[in-house]
Write a protein that binds this ligand. Structure first.
Ligand SMILES: *Cc1c(COP(=O)(O)O)cnc(C)c1O
Length: 356
């Protein structure tokens, strides 16, 4: 598609925060990308890069009432030799279209929005932090903007990309977290929207997350909504268990997200000849493995933390302390390998990185 992107640069650049103040999703760069969908005839149009600013929507815009919205999350890294690298961005835009399909939002042109993202990052490249573990988090999203309270598919949408410099997830080094196995609430069911990256899944999980945070847990581990026993995901991460030398992760069953990091971990393990299994795994099976001493490691995977080792799992009145509560050897190796590839320090053997 041959549309060009109109660019309007800001004349009031913001002050950049210090690296140790970044945190996650607190600061935004000077510019944003936007385009509009004004009905089937026009399709997506008016792609533009403009100064970062609030958007104005009619209070009846459908996104506010019926949650017709999808999003993505990926990162850009500044290498020691000053290149800018994206981690498998094609997979994020492909997944955005899968989410679009499920939420009935019109598809975007994947290669065009990748090009638009590169232009936006070029413009705001001084915002990419360089300290170890930092990166530029990228949040593409689509919202339904038609001002109508009719509970039907919106005729109008906006696609937006914002950028946020983020600090190291582990300023004191990678460390394990405590996880609560949720037996009351469920997040998603097969046939629902669990396989889409969309607000509704998060809305369904906020209350459970807030309850367990108050008790000192980092995240909730979700069980399936039908049998209430098969393991699904950890908060906004996919989950892996090393049991008796094999690495097991729940299969993509329609109710969990197809994580880019999940997919990358499976590829790395295959490359290293470590046996992997994508299948259903019940909490009872996991507890049996724990009792027999074969549950060796557990970790979550996602763009924000990359790898999040699980030190303790609390299930009903039982407490499973995994690998003595320390980061496992394989978890650490996966973390070092993936982050090394992402920041350009390690050889990109699987050709994942895309230069901006
Ligand atoms: C984004 C997300 C993940 C992780 O996906 P990555 O592509 O690896 O970042 C996992 N689960 C849910 C529910 C998510 O929204």
């Amino acid at each position: 598609m041959a549309y060009s992107i109109k660019t309007q640069l800001t004349d009031a650049k913001k002050q950049k925060p210090a690296a140790d103040e970044l945190g996650f999703g607190k600061y935004y760069t000077d510019h944003m990308f936007m385009m509009d969908y004004n009905g089937e005839e026009q399709g997506w149009e008016n792609p533009r890069i403009i100064p970062y600013q609030p958007i104005s929507l009619d209070p009846a815009a459908k996104v506010f009432h019926y949650g017709q919205t999808v999003f993505e999350g990926l990162k850009a890294y500044r290498t020691a030799d000053q290149r800018i690298l994206l981690f498998r961005p094609q997979k994020n835009f492909k997944r955005l279209n899968l989410s679009n399909e499920r939420i009935d939002i019109p598809p975007i042109d994947e290669s065009f929005v990748l090009q638009a993202l590169k232009e936006l990052i070029q413009i705001d490249q001084d915002w990419i932090p360089t300290e170890k573990g930092t990166s530029l988090y990228i949040r593409p999203f689509i919202i339904a903007t038609e001002p109508s309270l009719g509970a039907s598919t919106s005729t109008h949408h906006q696609f937006i990309i914002i950028l946020s410099p983020v600090g190291s997830y582990y300023p004191e080094g990678i460390h394990p977290v405590k996880i609560y196995v949720e037996s009351e609430y469920v997040r998603a069911v097969k046939g629902g929207i669990g396989m889409a990256k969309t607000a509704g899944n998060y809305a369904a999980g906020l209350k459970a997350q807030a309850d367990v945070s108050a008790q000192g847990f980092a995240q909730v581990l979700w069980l399936d909504g039908v049998h209430r026993k098969y393991i699904e995901e950890v908060g906004s991460m996919n989950v892996f268990f090393k049991v008796g030398g094999k690495v097991i992760t729940p299969a993509l069953n329609g109710s969990i997200l197809d994580g880019v990091v999940r997919n990358s971990i499976l590829q790395l393990l295959k490359l290293w000849n470590i046996p992997t299994e994508e299948r259903m795994i019940s909490i009872d099976e996991l507890y049996e493995a724990y009792l027999s001493g074969t549950l060796e490691e557990a970790f979550g995977t996602g763009t924000a933390a990359v790898i999040s080792p699980i030190g303790e799992l609390h299930w009903q009145d039982k407490k499973l302390v995994i690998n003595g509560g320390d980061t496992g050897e394989l978890s650490a190796k996966l973390y070092d390998t993936l982050t090394g590839i992402q920041n350009g320090e390690k050889s990109d053997v699987l050709e994942w990185m895309v230069e901006v």
